[in-house]
Design a protein around this ligand. Structure first.
Ligand SMILES: Nc1ncnc2c1ncn2[C@@H]1O[C@H](COP(=O)(O)OP(=O)(O)OP(=O)(O)O)[C@@H](O)[C@H]1O
Length: 706
């Protein structure tokens, strides 16, 4: 097998000096302090991508605007024509707000709002962002991933969910091992990625895992948004060096960067400088130095070209760096704007720009994309077991959450059990009051504890879902039902634990049937609470809003549960609330279960008159609470089940709404604008649209087959 040969053998700066084709022109002395240790580690050679699988992407006269109103559009990307060649590391640079992320999203098919016009080509064939998305991977800046997974599990999950199901598990496993090996993750493959409470792999390794998860399925092209953000300069350098090695092996690698070091600058094959959404330069990093010198901006010797570009060329305020940090004057700002406008125009008039336009017009590679490069979406039946076992492992490995749940239920059980210790030994009146009291607090405890717990946990897992769903890992049904199925055993054991502790401490009515009915009702209330928590997590984007809303919702559910207010006295306009209150059905069921067949007898502490009257039937309490017409225990159980199912269904709908509104916008090919702008002997708009549609059909066919 061919392996890439153009890159260095170890992730250190000295090695890069000898390996990069631009080393001879290096402005900056290499830092060698870290090289000795690193030199001992030889990175695994990366297999060279066959020619037929390489992806050359081009954008021609691409515009992207945010649509605010009918006639109100804000242009973000303006008339951008660029090449993203296979085998090259393309880096998009620009000041903050220049449009780097927007451009990356538009080309990679990740844009969610706005209007995209212009033309895009994939290996010379007209295409759209959504088609590019199907054949490429995207590593987001905020690499959200389930931290309880090990490196191997995360990459395996990606392979199992996104490689064609026609590929056997052994083949997928082999591909995973190849990628792990290729990205030098072998040593950490059994380490967890890491959560807020449990340290896992390092930041650089985490980035490499994200790259591996994308590369395992989309081997030919990868987009990365700020892959070095949050990394120290050496780790950032090794991540960029890896990207360079991937590019050198024939892959198309496109990344945005904020402010690369000079070492990173010299790794860039294809530099794109953006200013105010327009291209100011595109070409080799080394050539940029010569280009800007030609424009009257020679990069001083021994300085980082990127620093120079940012400070002296892209700087929109016109102020030089100074200790005084004074506000730029209006003249300085106007001069800076004029400089940028001049350089933007100079690029359009340059032979470099003309060469790019010519290359777009007559691409050197005109072959279509091969089906081997398509990303597949697995079926529900493949997704469910993968997600079920992952959610199971996550639930067990999240020791803090499991311990917190057990602690919460034990604490509640002991608190109520000891507060209402041995109710039958209490006075006649206290026996009735305390029995209803403990039953009511059980109902509230079940609902509140589970709702708040699920709300906080699910809010963060929802982000993982959104990221993975967006990346085409799986569909909503598989995620949702695997999550519900994994949580169910916990939602049975936890309330059972609590009710078991307090049932015998409090001395509620004896009998296996009574105990099991009480346990069943607690389990149903706990599950209804969990469903309320899940619904709130899905319905509100911001967890702080959800945390404020849930207790507010609980108050009327408690108020109209039948203890504080007799059912007959609820105001007519609020009467409906009692019909949707799981607390009410749970409390009514628990009360009927406890007081039916119970004899409440006075004891020594009661007055002689009361003792003379003797034991009273518990049914009298049911009547006094107004619960005679509130249905049987079975009826209340069935309503609780229905409420639980209804709330789970609503949660599903809330998640579906998020998924539906997160759709991406795609390139529209409305007019012959590209042709009008000149420089492009392109097919007509109709021909482009037809070709893109043909490609779309081809992709759909493959997806359907998969
Ligand atoms: N969805 C949006 N709604 C409104 N404005 C947007 C949207 N997306 C991008 N913009 C605007 O477009 C401009 C470019 O944003 P973008 O995030 O692409 O810049 P950037 O160069 O990546 O910036 P940074 O380096 O700070 O991340 C910014 O002014 C931003 O406010």
């Amino acid at each position: 097998m061919n392996v890439e040969t153009t890159t260095s053998a170890s992730p250190d700066i000295e090695a890069i000096d000898t390996a990069t084709p631009v080393a001879a022109n290096r402005n900056v002395a290499s830092a060698s302090t870290t090289s000795e240790a690193a030199a001992a580690r030889q990175p695994t050679p990366i297999p060279v991508l066959p020619d037929a699988q390489r992806l050359n992407i081009a954008a021609s006269h691409l515009d992207y605007a945010i649509v605010r109103g009918k006639d109100d559009e804000r242009a973000i990307i303006k008339d951008v024509s660029l090449l993203f060649p296979a085998g090259k590391l393309t880096v998009i640079l620009g000041a903050s707000g220049a449009g780097k992320t927007s451009l990356l999203n538009v080309v990679a098919g990740e844009t969610r709002v706005g209007k995209i016009t212009g033309a895009m080509y994939l290996n010379g064939q007209p295409t759209t962002g959504s088609n590019v998305k199907k054949v490429s991977g995207f590593v987001h800046q905020d690499d959200i991933v389930l931290g309880t997974m090990t490196v191997l599990e995360a990459i395996t999950m990606s392979a199992k969910l996104r490689l064609p199901h026609t590929l056997s598990d052994e083949d997928k496993g082999q591909k995973v091992q190849e990628i792990i090996h290729m990205l030098d993750l072998t040593a950490v493959q059994s380490t967890i990625i890491g959560t807020a409470t449990e340290k896992g792999i390092s930041g650089g390794e985490r980035k490499r895992v994200m790259i591996a998860m994308e590369l395992v399925t989309s081997g030919a092209c990868i987009f990365l948004d700020e892959p070095t953000s949050g990394l120290d300069s050496y780790t950032a350098f090794s991540v960029m060096q890896l990207l360079r090695r991937l590019a050198a092996s024939g892959r198309t690698v496109v990344a945005t960067l904020h402010q690369p070091s000079s070492e990173i600058f010299h790794l860039i094959d294809n530099l794109v400088l953006l200013a105010s959404g327009e291209v100011m330069f595109a070409g080799s990093a080394e050539h940029s130095i010569e280009y800007f010198a030609r424009q009257g901006f020679p990069c001083p010797q021994f300085s980082n070209p990127c620093d120079y570009y940012f400070m002296s060329i892209l700087n929109t305020t016109g102020t030089a760096v100074s200790a005084t940090r004074r506000k730029p004057s209006a003249e300085e700002t106007a001069a800076a704007e004029a400089r940028i406008a001049r350089l933007l125009q100079a690029w359009k008039d340059s032979p470099e720009h003309a060469a790019i336009m010519a290359e777009i017009a007559s691409p050197s590679r005109t072959d279509g994309i091969t089906t081997e490069s398509f990303k597949y979406m697995s079926r529900f039946t493949d997704q469910f077991p993968v997600l079920f076992s992952r959610a199971g492992r996550n639930a067990i490995r999240n020791k803090l959450i499991v311990t917190a749940k057990i602690g919460q239920m034990t604490f509640l059980g002991l608190l109520l059990g000891l507060t209402y210790l041995n109710i039958p030994d209490r006075s006649f009146a206290a026996q009735i009051q305390d029995r209803t009291g403990v039953l009511f607090f059980i109902a509230i405890g079940m609902l509140m504890a589970s709702a708040m717990g699920v709300l906080t946990v699910f809010s963060s897992e929802k982000q993982v879902f959104q990221r993975e769903f967006g990346g085409g890992f799986y569909g909503l049904p598989a995620f949702f039902f695997s999550k519900v199925a994994v949580e169910l055993p916990f939602q049975i054991i936890m309330p059972w634990l609590m009710v078991s502790i307090l049932y015998f401490l409090t001395g509620l009515q004896k009998g296996a049937d009574k105990y099991f009915i009480a346990s069943g009702l607690c389990i149903l209330m706990y599950n209804s609470g969990a469903a309320i928590g899940m619904l709130a997590a899905c319905a509100f984007d911001d967890i702080t809003v959800a945390l404020a809303i849930v207790p507010l919702v609980m108050i009327p559910l408690m108020l109209f549960s039948g203890l504080f207010l007799n059912s007959a006295n609820i105001p007519v306009f609020l009467d409906w609330i009692k019909y949707i209150s799981p607390i009410k059905y749970g409390f009514v069921g628990m009360t009927k279960n406890e007081f039916t067949g119970l004899k409440v007898c006075p004891n020594e502490s009661d007055s002689p008159i009361l003792r003379r009257v003797g034991c009273q039937p518990g049914e009298a309490t049911i009547t006094n609470l107004g619960f005679d017409d509130q249905g049987s225990i079975v009826f209340n159980v069935l309503i609780l089940v229905a409420l639980w199912v209804g709330l789970v269904f609503l949660s599903y709908l809330a998640l579906w709404r998020i998924v539906r509104t997160a759709k991406r916008v795609d390139l529209v090919v409305p007019s012959t604008k590209a042709d009008k702008k000149g420089g492009k002997a392109a097919p007509t708009a109709a021909a482009r649209a037809a070709a893109a549609a043909g490609q779309e059909e081809e992709l759909a066919e493959v997806a359907a087959k998969s």
